[in-house]
Ligand binder design. Sequence first.
Ligand code: NAP
Length: 494
Amino acid sequence: MTTTSLATSHPGISGIPTGLLIGGDWRDAMDGRVFDVENPATGEVLAAVADGGPADADDALAAAVAAQGSWARTAPRYRSEILRRAYDAVMTRQDWLAEVMTLEMGKPLQEARGEVAYAAEFLRWFSEEAVRISGDHTTTGDGANRIIVTREPVGPCVLITPWNFPLAMGTRKIAPAVAAGCTMVLKPAPQTPLTSLALAAILQESGLPEGVLNVVNTTDAATVVQRWMRSGRARKISFTGSTGVGKVLLRQAADTVMRSSMELGGNAPFIVCADADIDTAVEGAMAAKMRNMGEACTAANRMYVHRSIAGEFSQRLAARMAELRVGNGLDDGTQVGPLIDAAARSKVQRLVDDCLSRGATALTGGRLPDGPGYFYSPTVLADVSPDSELMTTEVFGPVAPVIPFTDEDEVVAHANDTDWGLVGYVFTQDIDRAFDLSERLEVGMVGVNTGVVSNPAAPFGGVKQSGLGREGGKVGIDEFLEYKYLAVPRRGPR
Ligand code: NAP
């Protein structure tokens, strides 16, 4: 087995396989290429991992196709128990996996531990769902036929994941695919391959048969993934990432009519009504904005606050944001880590500068801290103009723009004036207002007096250009299942 090829000052990652996982074997890329994984807090190279190319992509898909038939026929309980063992194994190694994630993508250790628990829960949830796949049995209206409806795995799946929640975005796809009886080819984000490789090794150790999960890391996503999309043998694409790449993949999926699940970008409105409890709203804003340094699809990016409390809310939020300790995620007490790379940080700075040039005020932050690493100071902007670029661009950083509003029709119109529709947040103490605003928001999820919506037991996903389908909850497994209907004539007089 190929394991991390670069000795680093972090022995924790030294046992992780760094090859491609194809048909149960860990191997080097066909042309021997590797790419470096960097720690965004320090710029240090952590490891070199195999850089898969088109021939590796073909082999990985061939392994998934070969394993599909026998895997589909396994007992649900067998698949369930593999997932349950993987859940236990992930939780046993919670601290280790958290450190790997912090090293390669920067989030503070405490948050990384939280992500490990969240990610593991998808393994446990779908271990429970694997044995609950059910069908239907009815009779045709004229009584002539039985209608027997069964569920079957959709077939080999292409899974593509982003770097921001490298473990959870993996388990949110892999666990339902395993539960349903699908085989997979996985292409993780190149910034965070080690977390995905560690997860694959844990699944292997938990008894996942060879060929069921194949992993190809690559620096040439477009070529590798296109091989799979054009093959006609992969039957489903499940993608989490930006809306732009999602559209490219949907066009490719059309050519072979692949089932498609898309978890795409967002630009969440966060609405604080005049009657909201301000303490609750500030806590909610901290959670919805600062999770993962703001690098989350669920991040509250447009804070609409009733004019009567906008000043107080902004000041209190700014005070909380200013207290946050920014630093290397491995250091004790760090609450905000670095952004993923230099380009991400430049984009945040450009969007903030645009707001400031249009009359906004930075109550805290608004600048690049000194020193190495891709850090950005937690920022609260007051009096942001609605025509700022920040209103229509997913900032993916620790920036909270506050826009005062006067009436509910106005705020609903602003909140919905976007192509995205992933999540919205509503803060009010009036239950009727909470339901009314929730129903009027064009989103797939609403946090009512809370800044956290993600939960493995809930259907996660968006409307409009935020995606297609849902992950998690009772419906999460449906994305990996097809219906089959058997028509069976009935005998005898009717
Ligand atoms: P991204 O640039 O779209 O990349 C996502 C994945 O797609 C990466 O593995 C990437 O690999 C791959 N990719 C890029 N171009 C591709 C192509 N032509 N064909 C096949 N694969 C391709 O997104 P990101 O910057 O990593 O992640 C941030 C985005 O994800 C944000 O928009 C965020 O809102 C969204 N997100 C959504 C959810 C959700 O559940 N709705 C959750 C998390 C994140 P390369 O990097 O090698 O190109």
